[in-house]
Design a protein around this ligand. Sequence first.
Ligand SMILES: [Zn+2]
Ligand SMILES: [Zn+2]
Length: 452
Amino acid sequence: MPIVLRRFTVAASLIAVLTLFGVLLQESKDGSSAEAAVRYELKAKPQQKWYRGNLHTHSLWSDGDDFPEMIADWYREHGYQFLCFTDHNNIQESDKWVDAEKNKGGPEAYEKLKKRFPEGWIVEREENGRKQVRLKKFPELYNEFTVPEEFLLLRGEEISDRFEKYPIHMNASNIQEALPPLGGDSVYQTMQNNVDAVIAQRERTGKAIMIHLNHPNFGYAVRAEDLMKVRGENFFEVYNGHPGVRDSGDENHASTERIWDIVLTQRIDKLNLPIMYGIATDDGHSYHDIPSRASEPGRGWVMVLADKLEEETLILAMEAGQFYASSGVNLRGVAATDKVYELVVDAEEGVEYKIEFIGTRKGYDPESEPVLDKDGNEIHTTRRYSEDVGEVLKTVEGTSARYQFQGDELYVRAKVTSDKKHPNPSELEEFERAWAQPVLGPEGLAKQAKDR
Ligand SMILES: [Zn+2]
Ligand SMILES: [Zn+2]
């Protein structure tokens, strides 16, 4: 029996692979097949490769507990091709010395550094009778670690701002000059001001710089209604591996996925703004004693499909939706025509997958209401929307799936959940997942054409 079952699974996935990886065919209602124009395709062409990267990393330059070269080394040795350092409000450019023993990683961090980089790399000094180590600056790290087509370090900054008591953190990848947090007179305006500054730097320097909103549920700071309005903010963290950022929300607070669906629906239907892409990151701070319950590397990443391992190429690819977010599940590819959206998992032996297609259809109930506490006061949180928003349109158990557009979808996205437990989860009972990017549905396309 098991052999027969396995053969069946392989055959079924082969058929899907043939349609996605050969010519994408669709079946019309009369049963005939017709070739359809592919309008979104995340599938490796001959000159392209998948590059795995983490866009959210802390080191001793801010509140991480290890030297940046040890962190870069960890990622290089764990199957990543790129890493962006994003310390809080700095870009690793000043002269910064840390005590060899009294630093966030303690004497252990220093001992490990000396062991891994024994000859002539570490710069030390004595200050008031204490040994200090100079932190490597970004150009030194870049020169040491970057190997063409193998590994690339990006310079980044976690622009760590706040409005009143709400922390608002945004990551700028491939930033060229430090950007101090600008503040603002609301959560929305604080995000907009920082996004505008990144866009201005991009225009001035001519370098591709990408900004994304981090962990919206950290301090339950950023509501869907704040995020949806921000112009130039087209990425956010649907998954952040820090255990304190509450991706799943709670009874009064929407999960990051729910926020995503509300944002997508409003942007397409009401705001005439681009769709927002979801990314997964580690937000690593703790690099010793892995695994534990701290914020550790290796939990969530992006897989970017690009022609080469280079800053601008990676960012432009992501802006074109040529990537997916993952906390363990790999995808072979995703494709969409005007009729179908399909996805193929790069399946692991012995692992089962659930593929969900999620979207909002025309005619959805647009009403929402505030969330109230037990005294009837409004809570600072995403409003409650109808279940029509971000509805699960189809669920398939298997390694590939196809969703046939009904014609009234504003957008559709796909999420894959495996039955394999995450080896080092940020939340309890977490299974490995992948998030494919949303594509406009027929109704979303019509809306966009009309609004333009
Ligand atoms: Zn943060
Ligand atoms: Zn962070």
